[in-house]
Design a protein. Structure first.
Length: 386
């Protein structure tokens, strides 16, 4: 596989710029509510400088130029902006998806850096609640596949810059690419690195066929083919996300937690080398973040009493919990643990080892169809058996 833009300076920024705010703490919303309704979209690209030029100025400081035709080895191109939007849709005009990446000393792509073209929004959420993200998306993006090579003069000698390094040029191959893989994530918008939350039940289909994929570095990928006319060109996407239940686990400084949704439209050179410097439009419609079920609250253990080769565990019932799992172990990390299930707020666990310390914790759950929906574990307690 050829090395495109092989000498591009490695400016590997973790861009998780979030513009926009969410309101103060609010009451729980009804199941089925679209919590993204009324929340605006924000677009970002390196060249449009919504980060006040932080990324672009670093590139310029490293000797790079925007769309540098004279020396493609020192060039960047990410340039895009949302032109029209509602809370459930937007159209982004893409001059270029760019070709930024994190590069190794050997001139190969170490990791893709697609965050030079993004769209995002921030919404209010509730801790411990499940949400379904759904939308339709299509693109008209395309690019000529280019061959990157050292620039040479009329005598066939490699042209060098003022630092004595080879200069580059791109030569068209006459072949065109119409597929663009994009990535989206649900993330903690207050975290400086934009820590992603786990997505589940992810689906992406067009014409009844899946266009979903993933790699070690990015999951999910959705493939947009601007020549695919099925379903009017729109890929239908959905995914579920759960907000962590405990304030100590998620945005502990905020009474009202929020969630960010971000689309990455920049180049994924490590995964899809031919999908660089693409231009066209991206359209998203029917975007929703629908409030789903609420998981049980945290259980609080009120008392653990040691008995002869047994212990009695008492705890306060958790809201929404129908049953409880009582986990106990000789190890504080709960390896090789055992579990008892009960509907009651008190349980006696027998056949324990006399004189040994046992660690115990409890969590509530209910059944959603055939799936157990768990609340967080209680704080663990320790007891020495008689």
């Amino acid at each position: 596989m050829r090395k495109l833009f092989k000498n591009l300076t490695a400016i590997g920024l973790s861009v998780t710029m979030v513009v926009g705010t969410a309101s103060m703490a609010s009451a729980a919303v009804a199941k089925g509510t679209d919590v993204s309704n009324g929340k605006a979209w924000t677009s970002y690209s390196i060249h449009t400088r919504e980060d006040n030029g932080s990324w672009e100025d670093k590139l310029i400081g490293a000797g790079q130029k925007y769309q540098n035709k004279e020396n493609t080895y020192k060039s960047y191109g990410e340039d895009a902006k949302i032109t029209t939007q509602t809370s459930s849709s937007f159209t982004m005009n893409v001059v270029s998806t760019g070709w930024s990446a994190n590069w190794t000393p050997m001139g190969t792509v170490g990791q893709s850096n697609p965050w030079g073209v993004t769209a995002d929004k921030v919404v209010n959420v509730e801790r411990g609640r499940y949400y379904t993200i759904s939308f339709k998306i299509k693109s008209t993006l395309k690019n000529e596949i280019m061959k990157s090579q050292d620039k040479k003069d009329a005598n066939g000698n490699v042209v060098k810059d003022s630092e004595g390094k080879a200069m580059g040029e791109n030569v068209g191959t006459g072949k065109y690419n119409y597929v663009k893989h994009i990535h989206f994530k649900a993330f903690d918008n207050t975290d400086k690195d934009g820590a992603a939350l786990n997505l589940s039940n992810v689906k992406a289909t067009i014409g009844g066929k899946s266009v979903l994929s993933s790699t070690k570095d990015f999951s999910p990928f959705v493939a947009l083919d601007s020549q695919n006319t099925a379903d009017d060109g729109y890929v239908t996407v959905s995914a579920d996300v759960k907000i962590p239940s405990l304030r100590s686990e998620y945005q502990k400084k905020k009474a009202q937690p929020t969630l960010g949704i971000k689309f990455a439209f920049g180049a994924f050179l490590k995964e899809y080398i031919d999908e660089s410097d693409m231009s066209g439009t991206i359209d998203v419609k029917d975007f929703k973040i629908t409030a789903g079920i609420q998981s049980p609250s945290q259980v609080k253990i009120s008392k653990v009493k040691a008995k002869k080769k047994a212990m009695v565990v008492k705890y306060k019932k958790a809201s929404k919990a129908k049953k409880y799992e009582v986990q106990y172990s000789l190890k504080k990390n709960f390896k090789k643990s055992k579990v008892k299930t009960t509907k009651k707020a008190k349980i006696t666990i027998k056949k324990l080892k006399s004189g040994k310390k046992y660690y115990v914790r409890v969590r509530g759950f209910f059944m959603n169809g055939k799936t157990k929906v768990y609340g967080p574990y209680s704080a663990k307690k320790v007891v020495k058996i008689k």
